[in-house]
Design a protein around this ligand. Structure first.
Ligand SMILES: [Zn+2]
Length: 644
């Protein structure tokens, strides 16, 4: 360099500056744009929606409006299917599913999908490169999507291809479970942005037709079509296909035998499944499923299950077989019938769950039958990939029977997961590794109930995104990205540590215990320690209403957790005192009275938090599932025993 004259150095600097300018596609400048969108004439509903999404977010970021052009002129974003576009210079497609390639040059950008969904995902990828993030569904008006304002949008020149390693990525959507909530549109929008390609719907058997009609009239199906989302369901629905009202009087022998008599198909305790060893009952059931499949072509996967928590028929004939063999036999016949009635529909059974927990011994799944393996109640300390995962042998045996095998993960089931939604880093990473290495074809993530949608978002989001991007965007880096962009630059680093600490396997059990009110003294010290990080984050965001509100949402969940803390130990002490028949009954009565005050306080706290923070705590659920079931009922029982 020292031999170059000053003039040459200046000239070199100018050239370098020009080169770096040339190495960018400047999409908007000072809030204006000369760029346009070009779509292939064959563009379908999903590609058109993708173009609208690009226009919408570019406008929200920069204020500039992209228009649609008929010609493929310079300064154009071209969208479409790879096979239609025939553009040279695109990178090779990446093997997998729902893939796309992106090419960014100074005067043109191309988003080429391997299928329509790929085009939409390519648009979301591009918007993410520009800073957009979809961490939570856009439900809470006080907490908008992360869409950074920037009048000068530009992208570095480059090209890349992406695809999913797992074909089916299904979100069991809480906003459609058992009823149709208006917020489900925001949820499904968010699911598509996080690369889910299907929604699983859990019905109420008696209201199937009514709810499907409602989903149509409320635009749920249209919203799904625009995003290429496919429908999975209707879940635990057997009583719809062999209804008590319609058949019981005429054919009692079709129904389950328990306690010395035939029982209705659901609706009455004991919840009893129908008599599957009866060929006429099976035939009528299958005939009704066939009618349903024709009436509702929306279903891509026909996923039908017996009554949830229902018991099998115990007639003499059914007892000759095993519940698994009977049910697999029924599913085989159903899958066979669908071959002619609805050949493109995938028929699922659900092994690992209810009547199909044990692998079959005599009747084996046919080639046409697919499966959604479901292990309800897993502790997310364990991933499917761990050699010590409690159900690994069962899962591996079931996996070996099927070509199409999906795994249902309960990352967001508040029946047995901490309601604060600690990030399940170990499980998310190990589960995806297991699925990819074992050729599992589908990942399904269940969220229930609806009221915890905000707290559940990270785990649900990763369930769609990580199998798609594996291994490039791992949950740990995504968590840091989330902390930084969602909580802002001031609190972000601290929040990243907070989230990584709550999600660490070594700490996870503390949150599990506190969410049941069973925390020990060390847990409570740890929770209060963690709480100080949130206090500090609140100080750091004090002058910033949006980031401060987000910190307060997380804090309110933590406060509920601390409130529950070890509170149930008081109930356990009372139960033990009553069991041991302690002589000082007055002291126990005093303990019961104190415990009742505590329960009232817990309920009041849950209600307060539930109202103040959309999606953090479902107060009704916490009252019913946790407090009434595990505090009030045992307390009343103990009180009764004491009096008796
Ligand atoms: Zn039977």
């Amino acid at each position: 360099m020292r031999n170059l004259c000053w003039f040459t150095m200046v000239a070199l600097c100018v050239m370098a500056a020009r080169q770096s300018e040339a190495a960018m596609a400047q999409i908007t400048k000072r809030g204006k744009t000369t760029w346009r969108i070009h779509m292939h004439a064959n563009a379908g509903v999903v590609e058109r929606f993708a173009a609208n999404e690009l226009t919408k977010y570019i406008h929200r970021m920069s204020g500039a409006g992209l228009t649609i052009t008929g010609t493929n002129s310079p300064n154009t974003v071209t969208l479409g299917l790879r096979k239609d576009l025939k553009i040279t210079g695109l990178p090779a497609p990446k093997p997998g599913y729902d893939g796309y390639s992106i090419l960014v040059e100074a005067t043109r950008i191309v988003i080429a999908g391997d299928n329509p969904r790929g085009v939409l995902y390519g648009v979301y990828d591009l918007l993410e490169q520009l800073g957009c993030r979809w961490y939570h569904p856009a439900i809470d008006p006080k907490d908008p999507e992360v869409v950074p304002k920037n009048p000068d949008l530009k992208l570095p020149v480059g090209k890349w291809s992406e695809s999913a390693r797992i074909e089916d990525r299904v979100y069991w959507i809480s906003g459609l479970a058992f009823k149709v909530m208006p917020e489900s549109v925001a949820q499904l929008d968010w699911a598509a942005k996080n690369r889910y390609n299907g929604l699983s719907w859990q019905c109420i058997p008696e209201k199937i037709d009514e709810h499907l009609g409602e989903m149509k009239s409320k635009g749920i199906f249209t919203a799904m079509e625009k995003r290429g989302l496919m429908l999975h369901g209707p879940g635990h629905s057997f009583p719809y296909f062999l209804a008590t009202d319609k058949y019981f009087d005429k054919h009692p022998e079709w129904f389950g035998f328990r306690d010395g008599k035939r029982q209705p198909h659901g609706g009455k305790w004991p919840l009893t499944n129908f008599c599957m060893s009866n060929p006429q009952a099976d035939e009528e059931f299958i005939r009704n499923v066939a009618v349903f499949a024709k009436k509702y072509p929306q279903f891509h996967w026909l996923d039908l299950l017996p009554i949830d928590g229902g018991v099998p028929c115990q007639c003499e004939e059914c007892l000759r077989s095993s519940p698994t063999d009977l049910l697999i036999g029924l599913y085989n016949k159903l899958a066979d019938r669908m071959k002619t009635v609805a050949p493109n529909v995938i028929v699922d059974c659900v092994p690992g769950y209810g009547q199909l927990t044990d692998p079959p011994s005599e009747v084996f799944p046919s080639d046409r039958l697919a499966a959604v393996y479901a292990h309800w109640g897993r502790n997310h300390n364990q991933s499917y990939d761990d050699p010590y995962y409690s159900r690994r042998a069962n899962m591996l045996v079931w996996t070996s029977y099927f070509k199409r095998f999906t795994i249902c993960s309960y990352y967001a089931a508040n029946s047995h997961q901490p309601f604060t939604g600690p990030p399940f880093l170990h499980a998310l990473e190990g589960d995806t590794k297991f699925m990819v290495e074992h050729g599992v074809t589908g990942a399904l993530v269940l969220e229930y109930p609806y009221g915890f949608w905000w707290s559940n978002s990270f785990n649900v989001r990763m369930g769609g995104l990580y199998p798609y991007y594996y291994p490039n965007r791992d949950p740990r880096s995504e968590l840091k990205d989330y902390a930084q962009h969602y909580y802002g630059p001031k609190a972000g680093p601290l929040m990243a540590d907070y989230l990584l600490m709550t999600g660490a396997t070594e700490n996870l059990e503390r949150t599990y215990r506190a969410s049941r009110g069973e925390a020990d003294d060390a847990d409570i010290i740890w929770l209060n320690d963690m709480r100080t990080m949130l206090t500090r984050a609140a100080q750091l965001t004090a002058n910033d209403p949006l980031h401060s509100y987000r910190v307060s949402k997380l804090t309110s969940g933590m406060d509920m957790l601390i409130h529950l803390g070890g509170s149930r130990r008081k109930i356990q002490d009372i139960e033990k005192a009553v069991e041991d028949k302690v002589s000082d009954k007055a002291a126990v009565r005093k303990q019961i009275a104190d415990a009742k005050t505590m329960v009232a306080d817990l309920i009041a706290h849950a209600e307060k938090i539930g109202v103040l923070n959309d999606g953090v705590v479902d107060a009704e659920w916490l009252k019913g599932w946790t407090i009434n079931r595990t505090y009030t009922e045992p307390l009343n029982a103990a009180e009764k025993k004491l009096t008796d």
